[in-house]
Design a protein around this ligand. Structure first.
Ligand SMILES: [Zn+2]
Length: 234
């Protein structure tokens, strides 16, 4: 989820259309981020989730196609069989970073005190590692039964990896969410085509959610598509 800040931009200032003839056409050439790689591109529809596996050494990008869209992100070590016991931990990561903002070259750590994903590029550098994902009850309390949520999106996406209970999700790294450390300082928001790039330091399963929180101007007031581009070495 995203909470209000002094930097929220009026809804009218951003694109309203959700149609994409070619969602990558307006973006910098993804091929540039990893030579000698096979690219897999996946557009995650607005307010929905997606889970994917990456092998050690693989780089991938999470892209905000339209701007100002928060992406909740979680990751697990892909042990065989997949137990989901070792996962990205925001608490361990904050400890290793001495803060809440991973810089390029720093990593997201697991609850077994291992670095799992290294940040290899970041065009925004404004993210959040303090808030939970929005969840069904958050909306129900506001009279919005059935409203999509990041927790539900990631649970649904992770069912293909054996997840059976929504409480099995992890705490999120909220990519492009401009509330780092509860800051009310004026900070930038993501623009169309902005991205963060990771290198997997272990085999991993990752999950993303295009945050459906569309109240009070959050996410720019319009929930939009995001993309995942995976560059697997040839
Ligand atoms: Zn959310």
């Amino acid at each position: 989820m995203r909470v209000p800040t002094t930097t929220d931009v009026p809804t009218s200032s951003r694109p309203q259309s959700k149609s994409h003839a070619d969602p990558f056409a307006e973006l910098p050439t993804p091929e540039s981020f990893c030579c000698n790689a096979v690219l897999t591109r996946h557009v995650v529809p607005a307010a929905h989730g997606y889970a994917f596996a990456v092998t050690k050494g693989t780089r991938f990008r999470i892209i905000d196609l339209k701007g100002e869209q928060v992406v909740d992100f979680m990751a697990w070590v892909h042990d065989k069989p997949f137990t989901r016991l070792e996962k990205m931990s925001t608490a361990y990561t904050r400890y290793h970073l001495s803060g809440v903002q991973p810089a390029v070259g720093e990593s997201l750590w697991t609850n077994a005190d291992r670095p799992l994903l290294r940040v290899t590029a970041d065009t925004v550098k404004v993210h959040d590692m303090t808030f939970m994902s929005c969840f069904p009850g958050l909306y129900t309390k506001q009279g919005l039964q059935g409203h999509r949520s990041c927790a539900q999106n990631i649970f649904e996406a992770m069912q293909s990896f054996g997840m059976e209970d929504i409480l099995d999700i992890a705490e999120p790294f909220n990519i492009f969410q401009n509330t780092p450390n509860y800051s009310l300082k004026r900070l930038g928001s993501s623009k169309p085509g902005d991205y963060i790039e990771f290198e997997a330091l272990e085999d991993a399963v990752c999950a993303v959610s295009s945050c459906p929180y569309d109240l009070d101007g959050f996410n720019g007031g319009v929930i939009t598509d995001i993309a995942v581009v995976i560059a697997k070495k040839k």
